[in-house]
Write a protein that binds this ligand. Structure first.
Ligand SMILES: [Fe+2]
Length: 329
């Protein structure tokens, strides 16, 4: 039963992303349960290394930011229930997002639930090992959408002025180019890569005319895939820098759930002398955390954030990027 549910969920993600691809042309429209004991394996080894803790902290921050993003989508276009409370739904926007995939409300709800669990787990794991945890609450200062359905609270991220890099799509379709080789892939939707586009209705005035609302929903659709492909690379990149097996297990286990099911075309990997292979891209480790942070910033997610926020986020990223596999400090 559960397997069946799972496979239905997977196939719905798959079909959305496929339809997302087909829509490329058209879219130019515009800690309760804290772990009480440090896990045995790490206790024997004397706790987390500095690098492992730094990587986990950066990932905790990334998950908190992702939670903030998905929460905003869920309040307006997700399933409203006690599992992911907060909003009351916006029927017009929900319908426009459902044009991309009829299960999109479920997809948004489940992603939000996943991100909440990722952030809570990683912070609880850090705490259980006596390491500093991540709390970004003081940076919840950005405005909420004024449209029907949204909660009126301070946000960490801005979804109303996005500039979306859609080269993730072409990157996963190319059999001869890979960012790990320094290749630059073109945007699938050049219109989204310049200017600032709302991915959620800013007020109820954005709910009409239908073409305007659909353009907003389409922007969200591309943003959903942008978030997930970013997380997919981030976990694969940072996993190569961790030291303890258990931390590697966490990165592989959580990272696996971020993986986008866009049925990649095989491409070049490690060296051009090898045959092409179907893989995550990029996975080069140099500057992976800072790269993710820069991508979030370029996406417009932090428009309006304070200099203190940027300093805190850069500090977390720098520390994570300084981690090296096997450096037991
Ligand atoms: Fe996540």
């Amino acid at each position: 039963m559960e397997t069946n549910e799972q496979s239905q969920h997977l196939s719905s993600r798959r079909s959305f992303l496929l339809k997302g691809g087909a829509a490329v042309g058209a879219a130019s429209l515009g800690a309760g349960g804290l772990l009480l004991e440090p896990s045995e394996a790490l206790a024997k080894k004397g706790g987390l290394t500095k690098g492992d803790a730094a990587i986990l902290r950066f990932l905790a921050a990334a998950e908190i930011l992702e939670t903030d993003i998905w929460q905003q989508y869920n309040e307006l276009a997700g399933i409203q229930d006690a599992e992911v409370p907060g909003g009351s739904g916006n029927p017009d926007y929900t319908e426009a997002v459902a044009v991309l995939d009829e299960d999109m409300d479920q997809y948004i709800h489940d992603n939000t639930d996943d991100e909440i669990s990722h952030a809570a787990f990683i912070n609880a794991y850090l705490a259980a090992h006596g390491a500093e945890t991540v709390n970004l609450d003081k940076f919840r200062t950005l405005p909420s959408s004024q449209a029907t359905g949204a909660q009126q609270i301070g946000r960490l991220t801005n979804l109303m002025q996005l500039t979306i890099n859609t080269s993730f799509w072409t990157r996963y379709r190319s059999d001869s180019l890979n960012p790990d080789f320094g290749d630059v892939l073109p945007n699938a939707v050049p219109g989204l890569a310049t200017g600032q586009h709302p991915a959620i209705p800013r007020t109820d005035a954005d709910l009409a005319p239908p073409d305007h609302l659909q353009a907003i929903a389409n922007t969200a659709g591309f943003h959903f895939a942008w978030i997930e492909q970013g997380g997919t690379s981030l976990y694969a990149e940072l996993a190569q820098r961790v030291t303890h097996n258990e931390v590697l297990r966490i990165l592989l286990s959580i990272g696996g759930t971020e993986i986008i099911l866009i049925m990649p075309e095989p491409t070049i990997f490690l060296d051009r002398k090898f045959p092409i292979v179907s893989i995550i891209r990029p996975t080069e480790t140099d500057g992976a955390a800072m790269g993710a942070l820069n991508a979030f910033t370029a996406d417009g997610l932090f428009i309006g954030q304070s200099p203190e926020f940027f300093a805190a986020a850069a500090g977390l990223a720098k520390a994570a990027d300084a981690a090296r596999h096997g450096k037991d400090d």
